[in-house]
Design a binder for this molecule. Sequence first.
Ligand SMILES: Nc1ncnc2c1ncn2[C@@H]1O[C@H](COP(=O)(O)OP(=O)(O)OP(=O)(O)O)[C@@H](O)[C@H]1O
Ligand SMILES: [Mg+2]
Length: 308
Amino acid sequence: MYLQHFSLSEKPFSLTPDTQLFLRSKSHQEALNTILLALKYSEGFIKIVGEVGTGKTMLCRILLSILNKRDIVTAYVPNPWINPDEIKAFIAKEIGANYDENMPAHELTSSIYERLLTLAGEKKQVILIVDETQTMPRETIEALRLLTNLETEKRKLLQVVIFGQPELDKMLKRSDLRQLKQRIVFSEYLKPLNFHDFKSYVRHRLRVCGAKNEALFSRTSLLLIYLASAGIPRLINILCHKSMMVAYGRGDRSIGVFHVTKAISDTSESHWFGKFVTLRWQFTWLAVFAASVVANYSEVTTGLSKIF
Ligand SMILES: Nc1ncnc2c1ncn2[C@@H]1O[C@H](COP(=O)(O)OP(=O)(O)OP(=O)(O)O)[C@@H](O)[C@H]1O
Ligand SMILES: [Mg+2]
């Protein structure tokens, strides 16, 4: 019904990182460029840090789809809350190494090494992508670091891209992780969307999901959503979706300040500035009006003094 009401084929603001809806925003494109260049020209770890909801998992999936098209062997660890043996077993399976459940740890490492050597012989790059790295136990990080020590005389056999929330940076300050920190050759911070990218983001999602009405959201409602989301994609999705639900509930065809205000006041994660502006909308207009009167006061008085 909701889709029909807005003439959409799919929900444009769902929370799943669907690569069909990916927008190459400035920040995401920069991070992607850094990763691809670093994978081509360097050998250490590559680290991408971003606040909650900025699009790290989405970027992991985009990266995987790009690498898989290039005939590169990839292994993706979506949830690294696992012990050292589990991560080795996981990597072994992903890269097609010999593996059985009862293999002792040292045999498993040799098996991974042999497989990596075979792949290197076939000129195939092997890349491990770890999401949510801030949750990885210390011993597992260490096991991963040791695995990346495997090398031929010419190059490392395994490259690793780690994604994580800002807690990852805090974690890397620990002295027992300094060896890993030293191995990070490139890092990038995934920034929230700027206003220009934010507008493209909303438009892009609506278009991909079949919206006919480009101006479904009024300009002011967009501005309010931007202020309340601080440009964080997940929050943008939540606020846009809730605003549409409010409009749908009232039978309205487009989204305006009223719907967005309701959505923002119902979303505790909204940025305080957006909340402030939205909930004191009339007050804000009064303040803007007063400010412009004050700003023009001197001009008005000089104008009057010239006349009289
Ligand atoms: N560039 C983008 N284009 C389209 N959608 C995006 C983009 N970046 C993020 N999103 C959307 O924003 C939402 C949050 O993204 P994602 O789950 O990747 O964030 P995250 O950084 O992994 O969050 P967390 O820190 O909680 O794991 C998802 O719905 C995703 O589809
Ligand atoms: Mg994520």
